[in-house]
Design a binder for this molecule. Structure first.
Ligand code: ADP
Length: 626
């Protein structure tokens, strides 16, 4: 086995050393890493931008350059982790990275179509040429609008800002907002075919499609067209800067400068420029206008403004908010107060109610008692007045009884003598039966009058009560030789009353009248004047009036003032209760009882009773007897 010569060994060592040294150098100067937004996939990005990165690699042979294709989240992560030196990304993404991580643009792509300002991105809003109903941006309200993609800068966002300026919020005021997705050429075709009323295109796309012969630009009209010096595409909006190349905050100043110089030196017809479709690089443009647009749309780095919009709203309309808060506060206090008051009142009411229920029970009991007492008293009064009339009543009974006895004796005599023929006897027995009936009626009337019974209201004919009462007095009238004359109205309406009580009143009045006349001496005028007249009539108010007029001794001053006092009497055996009970009975029936002087001497006692359809005495009034 041949041994390696010394020179060979030294050569290997030198080579190793050199290799190590080279490795050292490579570690100190890593390739320039350029992150490229691959918005249409890595392959497309490679094809478009790899030549540009290779151009840089050629200009920095010591370090070389490396392209890192990234999607949006990847770009964000790489910038955050500082694994890149430069980013080459679209306008919108740049603004976001600038706001978030402080990346700084160092050059802006220069497009052949750029306007005088160097900016070259705008939106074109198109309608069909013959749509005369859509003249202005404001006219797209309520229409169907088609755009490329919600995130497309020229293909939607710039137009969005322009629409807002024209007072149209595409997300609120349109009939429908649709997005075609890629390829965005579809927008133009949809407008041409009438499936959308208006379309949003990246500025210059219309001209590109026309140049490719794919559509006839004469079939379209551009809404709100703007003339931009040096910019020869139809556009509806302001122009915004194109893609920038930006350095990270950590990228050394020297390197940034060197890279910018290299890019500026790229000739316009360099294959790298052609591959990505630009003419070269220019000084970094101002991206403030993009910031302003994004701020007004509340997208990109200003997305958070959407969340604080409530606060903003409050700040804008604080006066109304204050009024609202005050009103709410007032309402809350008011309802608390009302609730409290209701609670207090309810408690008060509950107590009052309890007291009331108690009081009502007491009153009811008192009324029951009073009624019971009154009933007793009425009964006693009736018994007493009958007691006073007992001798007269006995006399009254004696008459039919005497007649019966006479008839019976006559009959017996004839039968004994054998002279009575059946016809005569029949006549006599009929007369006996008649007299027995009369006696029976007197007894029935007395029984009826003194029977103990609860008072009951029913429609009665007052004349009936008068007749019944007068019948009971007939004996006394005959004895005293005072005729009782009835003058009763024939058309009296029924009166809701207790029949026996009304009878009792009339009986009392007639008996008092007879008593008053008992002491007067039947004189020469024993004719017309010596009588008691009981009359009934309707008074001026439709009530029933009963009057008992006598020609007795009349009322003394004392009697006049104390007539209705209980226990006031001028009679030897009198109780003085009659008139006080009469008055309470009449008042219980809703009427009144009065005494007046009879113009021809004596007294007229008069009472009125309301009729059925008039006001019935209420239950309570009924209880207030004497
Ligand atoms: P009494 O008949 O038991 O005395 P009343 O209450 O019926 O009780 O009558 C009270 C008093 O009123 C009588 O005692 C009498 O003096 C007087 N009085 C009542 N009616 C008449 C009358 N028609 N004429 C005169 N005085 C009368």
């Amino acid at each position: 086995m041949p041994r390696p010569s010394r020179s060979t060994l030294a050569g290997v060592l030198v080579a190793l050393w050199a290799g190590l040294g080279m490795a050292d150098t490579a570690a100190a100067e890593p390739p320039i890493r350029v992150g490229v937004l691959a918005y249409r996939g890595g392959d497309h990005a490679n094809a478009a931008w790899e030549p540009t990165v290779r151009y840089l690699a050629e200009r920095f042979p010591d370090r070389g350059a490396e392209m890192v294709p990234l999607d949006l989240p990847g770009m964000d992560a790489a910038v955050r982790d500082r694994t890149l030196d430069f980013v080459l990304t679209n306008t919108g993404n740049y603004v976001e990275l600038e706001a978030r991580y402080g990346v700084t643009r160092v050059a802006t792509l220069h497009s052949s179509r750029a306007g005088a300002s160097g900016a070259s991105i705008g939106s074109t809003i198109i309608v069909r040429a013959e749509r005369t109903d859509i003249r202005d941006l404001a006219d797209i309200k309520g229409r169907t609008v088609l755009a490329g993609d919600p995130d497309a800068f020229g293909g939607f966002q710039i137009a969005w800002g322009e629409m807002l300026k024209a007072g149209v919020d595409p997300y609120r005021d349109l009939k429908e907002l649709r997005f075609s997705g890629f390829p965005v050429d579809r927008v133009a075709f949809a407008v041409r075919d009438g499936t959308a009323d208006a379309g949003v295109l990246r500025a210059c796309l219309l001209e590109e499609l026309a140049a490719e012969g794919r559509l006839d630009p004469a079939r379209f009209r551009v809404l709100a067209p703007k003339t931009m010096p040096g910019f020869d595409c139809a556009v509806s909006t302001d122009l915004y800067p194109d893609w920038p190349l930006a350095r990270l905050a950590s990228t050394p100043e020297d390197l940034a400068k060197a890279v910018v110089v290299a890019l500026f030196e790229m000739p316009a017809d360099h294959p790298a420029a052609k591959a990505a479709g630009y003419e070269g690089w220019t000084v970094p443009l101002d991206y403030q206008s993009v910031h302003a647009l994004f701020r007004s749309l509340r997208i990109g780095p200003y997305r958070h403004l959407r969340e604080v919009s409530l606060v903003e709203l409050a700040r804008e309309h604080w006066e109304w908010l204050a009024v609202g808060v005050l009103a709410l506060l007032w309402w809350a206090i008011h309802s608390l107060r009302v609730e409290h008051l209701i609670k207090v009142r309810t408690a008060e009411l509950r107590t009052a109610n309890r007291d009331l229920v108690h009081e009502m029970a007491e009153r009811r009991r008192a009324q029951e008692d009073a009624r019971e007492r009154q009933k007793e008293m009425d009964h006693v009064a009736r018994l007493s007045i009958l007691g006073e009339m007992a001798s007269n009543l006995a006399h009254e009974l004696n008459q039919p009884l005497g007649a019966i006895a006479n008839y019976a004796r006559g009959c017996t005599r004839r039968l004994e003598a054998g002279t009575g023929n059946p016809d005569q006897l029949l006549e006599v027995t009929r007369a006996i039966a008649e007299q027995a009936d009369r006696a029976g009626q007197i007894i029935a009337r007395i029984r009826n009058f003194v029977r103990k019974r609860p008072s009951q209201l029913e429609p009665i004919d007052v004349n009936d009560a008068i007749r019944a009462a007068v019948a009971l007095c007939e004996g006394q009238a005959r004895n005293g030789n005072v005729p009782i004359v009835l003058s009763l109205a024939g058309d009296l309406p029924p009166v809701p009353a207790d029949r026996v009580q009304i009878e009792q009143v009339v009986l009392n009045l007639v008996k008092n009248a007879l008593d008053a006349m008992a002491e007067t001496v039947p004189g020469a005028a024993e004719d017309a004047g010596r009588k008691v007249t009981v009359s009934s009539a309707r008074d001026g108010e439709g009530r029933v009036e009963v009057a008992v007029a006598d020609h007795g001794h009349g009322l003394s001053e004392e009697a006049r003032s104390r007539l209705f006092d209980p226990y006031f009497t001028t009679k030897a055996g009198g109780m003085g209760l009659g008139l006080s009970i009469c008055r309470s009975i009449v008042e219980t029936h809703g009427g009144h009882l009065r005494a007046t002087d009879n113009p021809g001497g004596g007294v007229v006692m008069r009472f009125v009773l309301p009729v059925a359809n008039g006001a019935l005495p209420s239950g309570e009034e009924q209880q207030h007897h004497g």
